[in-house]
Design a protein around this ligand. Structure first.
Ligand SMILES: Cc1cc2nc3c(=O)[nH]c(=O)nc-3n(C[C@H](O)[C@H](O)[C@H](O)COP(=O)(O)O)c2cc1C
Length: 209
């Protein structure tokens, strides 16, 4: 073999080796890129899930004596949503809540369909897709301050899930009223809840949000 042939063979060997190394390198680079993509995707999915369960849900409630507030807290625990209280401009006193008195504030408000007791705090609803709306039942219905809230917030296209507490009366009268007066809002049937955290947890689970 002369020098020229040996140099040629040497060059071919070097080129083949270089191509091999390059090929292995590119394969590894692809695998790495794929795994990075997968991790990125997973992180993205995780972020989205978090947003769905924590940032798009609000639990907005009115509670005069604390029962509905307790239940609202259980819903927050179950959904991770934001808890927002509807605060009356004028707090309800015991005398205001006296349902044995025809002249008490609550009785007069419930007898007047146009009554809209003022809300003190500025409640922002724009960022939420799902709103749990909670209240006690007063005279078989939602307290008028809930209508103040619904009149003053555009919830069109949002899902609103009513819940209530009461001495025994159900939620359906109030929900029928909402459905017939705020037609573009997607009201669900809602539920009267007791103060049992396990009942609330099960109900929220069954909603499959
Ligand atoms: C003015 C007033 C009217 C009420 N009307 C009813 C009623 O019609 N039916 C009922 O089952 N409970 C009625 N209740 C009881 C409340 O719904 C119940 O105690 C509720 O859990 C109170 O919730 P809160 O503590 O969040 O205000 C009434 C209570 C008040 C103060």
């Amino acid at each position: 073999m002369n020098k020229k042939v040996m140099a040629l063979i040497g060059a071919v060997v070097i080129i083949v080796a270089a191509l091999g190394i390059w090929f292995m390198g590119s394969k590894e680079r692809k695998e790495f890129a794929n795994s990075a993509n997968t991790t990125e995707n997973k992180q993205e999915m995780f972020k989205d899930n978090n947003e769905d369960s924590e940032e798009n849900i609000a639990i907005i409630y009115f509670s005069a004596t604390g029962t509905t507030e307790k239940v609202a807290g259980y819903i927050k625990d179950a959904t991770g949503g934001d808890l927002i209280e509807i605060e009356p401009q004028d707090e309800y006193t015991d005398a205001d809540l006296n349902y044995n008195n025809n002249n008490s504030r609550s009785t007069k408000e419930q007898n007047d369909e146009s009554a809209r007791p003022e809300i003190k705090n500025n409640i922002k609803t724009d960022n939420y897709d799902i709103i749990f709306l909670g209240y006690p039942i007063w005279w078989g219905d939602a307290p008028r301050i809930i209508l103040t809230f619904l009149d003053n917030h555009n919830l069109d296209g949002k899902t609103v899930i009513p819940f209530c507490t009461s001495g025994g009366s159900g939620i359906s009268t109030s929900v029928s009223y909402f459905k017939s007066h705020y037609k573009k809002v997607n009201f669900e049937e809602g539920k009267r809840l007791s103060s049992s955290s396990s009942e609330v947890k099960k109900w929220v689970n069954d909603l499959n949000l």
